[in-house]
Design a protein around this ligand. Structure first.
Ligand SMILES: [Zn+2]
Ligand SMILES: [Zn+2]
Length: 302
């Protein structure tokens, strides 16, 4: 093993010991901040924070981490970037049991766009879902690190989920994977009554799948939903005194159903999406890549 380089097997095998994981946590806990950057701890400081008696054992495990997760410099030991990624995963609770956080279903204050029953929020393992339990329409299904939800009110949880969803889907619909930074491809599928999910029975005539070409990360969504992340739609809302980025998508019928989407052509795909707001209407034309090729705003769409 050379300093600075490591393969996947080495990376994982290095963590097969509690002492090593604790070393990474202690180095990370040593007040990483914009002021200090990534701090260095001397051997003595680190050992004392670890509260270990067996110097030989401690030293053995510390040496094992060098070059991969930890760097040794004149001023002490510090986390290397992979170590920092691992530290953040640990403190976000990404790798550990989620059983410590349970959230009972609660109403989000919106009625189901299909059946009119209350839409509710729910944490399923690590997925936060905003859906209708009466008709199984699923309006949001997003992975949220549970540490980001602990201690928050229902309203704060919904805002966290909304922001998380926007972050992930803004990146994916722009063609970049939020998890691995690789290219995301879009595929349009005819709905034929079923979505590729046991938890979502929305009857969409057509839907889009955004899929990472590298890490298998994917999301499917109504084709109209790409407009949530498009500057022309944001400008239309802004012109009406509203910040589109602040509105959770489950409140927006046009974004979570295909009720205002018209299939103009099927080969290649082409769509017209109508977005009503106040007395106006925003109309966007999407091509088979779901790029916006034309927009117009018009008054009195009735
Ligand atoms: Zn419903
Ligand atoms: Zn990816």
């Amino acid at each position: 093993m050379t300093d600075g380089g490591f393969d996947q097997e080495t990376a994982f095998s290095l963590l097969a010991d509690e002492t090593r994981v604790r070393i990474i946590k202690e180095l990370g806990n040593a007040t990483v901040s914009p002021d200090t950057g990534i701090p260095r701890l001397s051997y003595v400081d680190l050992k004392s924070r670890m509260n270990v008696r067996d110097s030989g054992r401690f030293n053995y495990h510390l040496q094992k981490l060098l070059g991969n997760y930890v760097a040794k410099e004149e001023s002490g030991y510090r986390l290397r970037w992979p170590g920092m990624v691992l530290y953040r995963a640990l403190v976000a609770g990404l790798l550990t049991s989620q059983a410590d956080l349970s959230i009972d279903r609660f109403s989000v204050g919106t009625d189901c766009h299909r059946c009119g029953e209350p839409v509710e929020a729910h944490l399923y393992e690590t997925l936060f879902r905003v859906r209708c339990w009466s008709c199984d329409a699923n309006y949001t299904d997003i992975y949220v690190p549970t540490q980001g939800l602990v201690g928050k009110t229902p309203g704060e949880k919904l805002r966290t989920v909304h922001r998380r969803s926007r972050t992930v889907l803004s990146a994916m619909t722009a063609g970049q994977c939020p998890w691995c930074a690789n290219e995301v491809a879009v595929e349009i599928r005819s709905g034929e009554g079923t979505l590729p999910s046991l938890h979502d029975t929305r009857d969409l005539d057509v839907y889009a799948i955004y899929r990472c070409t590298n890490c298998t990360g994917f999301h499917y969504l109504p084709v109209s939903q790409v407009l949530l992340y498009h500057p022309a739609t944001m400008a239309f809302y802004h012109d009406h005194g509203k910040d589109l980025t602040e509105i959770p998508k489950w409140k927006l019928r046009w974004a979570v159903t295909d009720d205002t989407t018209e299939i103009r052509e099927t080969d290649p795909w082409s769509f017209i999406v109508r977005i009503p707001l106040a007395d106006d209407e925003f109309v966007a034309e999407l091509d088979d890549n779901l790029d916006v090729v034309d927009t117009r705003a018009q008054a009195d769409h009735q």
